[in-house]
Design a protein around this ligand. Structure first.
Ligand SMILES: *Cc1c(COP(=O)(O)O)cnc(C)c1O
Length: 363
């Protein structure tokens, strides 16, 4: 199998040995052993710090998408109104997911290369529509942008919207996420992005208001949140917990907290700046518009012409560098460098940029 000494895909990112080791232990059964509950509680406490919340954090087996689906299904009934703020693949995708489970969705569309600036459009949708839920995405990984969220929480309160649902899968740990301050009721995270674990776990901060609604909606299913409301008190999880995955998350969260959250944000910002400066100097153009906020965790770049994506990607891979392509309308047009978590490393990113420079020179 082909391996890449310079991994730069925006998830799954390189798993550090210390995290890998936590998943390679023969644990007992999380169903019956009190030690698992202790690990779960401890990991919950660590994730709370990453989310800057006093809310409960649910840890589920299954990658980020599981939490995205589970939170929608656990909180929405057919006919419920949703305002989806969408500026990329995930924002528009979440709107479609909510629709598919019967919600009535009003999308506030934003071009893929932009971030939220038109607060009036959002406000008008909330005033008209009086939704039960607002959905948004913090970092749109496929387009390398970071939406500002603070104002969304203020609008949620002003328009008395019960739930604010935010995908922070690829920002949490790499950019400030302030769940309580920003009034986020469902903050959704995944293991394979900044936390640098294998792609097998998800976790979400759930507000008291969200728990009330989860109770009323009473959704059953593998991805249901309801069983987690009492799981810690009764030591009864809805399925055999993934001890290995939880242990890896614990080590991963601990690493970020030991580094210091602010230091981690700073490391991501420094690496992102360095990456963009060098790419621009090479003559490449960044995908996000100048007026958009670029994410510190991922850089999206226009594919160099006339080389084109398949050939460019082939040449990078031949030199040991794996970058990410993109999705939806950006497929074939944009490539991405995921400098998040273990890959927010100046040395690694500089080696990746050397390869890109070399490929452009010989193109
Ligand atoms: C990666 C990602 C997801 C999905 O997470 P998986 O672990 O791939 O299921 C959701 N939202 C965003 C913004 C992501 O970057």
């Amino acid at each position: 199998m082909q391996t890449y000494p310079i991994p730069m895909t925006p998830g799954p990112v390189m798993v550090p040995p210390e995290i890998l080791a936590a998943g390679q232990v023969n644990y007992g059964s999380g169903d019956t052993e009190p030690e698992y509950l202790e690990l779960y509680n401890q990991t919950e406490a660590e994730l709370r710090q990453l989310f800057a919340t006093a809310n409960r954090v649910v840890i589920q087996t299954g990658e980020g998408m599981l939490a995205l689906w589970g939170a929608l299904k656990s909180c929405l009934k057919p006919g419920d109104r949703v305002v989806a703020v969408a500026s990329g693949v995930f924002g528009f995708g979440i709107a479609e997911m909510a629709e598919s489970i019967g919600a009535v969705v009003k999308v506030v569309p934003i071009p893929y290369n932009q971030t939220i600036t038109d607060w009036q459009a959002i406000e008008a949708a909330l005033a008209d529509y009086r939704p039960r839920m607002i959905t948004a995405v913090h970092c749109e990984t496929p387009s390398g942008t970071l939406n500002p969220l603070e104002r969304l929480g203020q609008l949620k309160r002003e328009y008395e919207v019960p739930l604010l649902y935010v995908d922070v899968v690829s920002s949490l740990g790499g950019a400030p996420v302030k769940v309580d301050e920003w009034g986020i009721d469902l903050a959704l995270g995944g293991s394979q992005k900044v936390l640098s674990c294998p792609p097998d776990m998800s976790f979400l901060a759930v507000s008291d208001a969200a728990w009330e609604i989860i109770e009323q909606v009473n959704y059953p299913g593998y991805d249901a949140l309801k069983p987690f409301r009492t799981a810690q008190q009764t030591a009864a999880f809805p399925y055999t917990p993934n001890w290995h995955g939880t242990a890896a998350l614990h080590v991963a969260a601990r690493r970020i907290l030991d580094e210091g959250l602010e230091n981690s944000f700073q490391r991501h910002a420094v690496v992102a700046d360095y990456c963009r400066e060098r790419l621009t100097k090479m003559g490449l153009s960044l995908y996000p518009a100048r007026s958009a906020i670029a994410s510190p965790t991922v850089t999206a770049v226009n594919v160099p012409e006339p080389l084109g994506w398949p050939e460019f990607d082939r040449r990078l891979r031949a030199r040991g560098l794996a970058v990410g392509g993109s999705y939806g309308p950006l497929a074939g047009k944009v490539f991405r460098l995921g400098h998040m978590g273990s890959q927010a490393d100046l040395d690694l990113v500089s080696r990746a940029l050397d390869v890109i420079e070399d490929v452009l020179k010989t193109a």
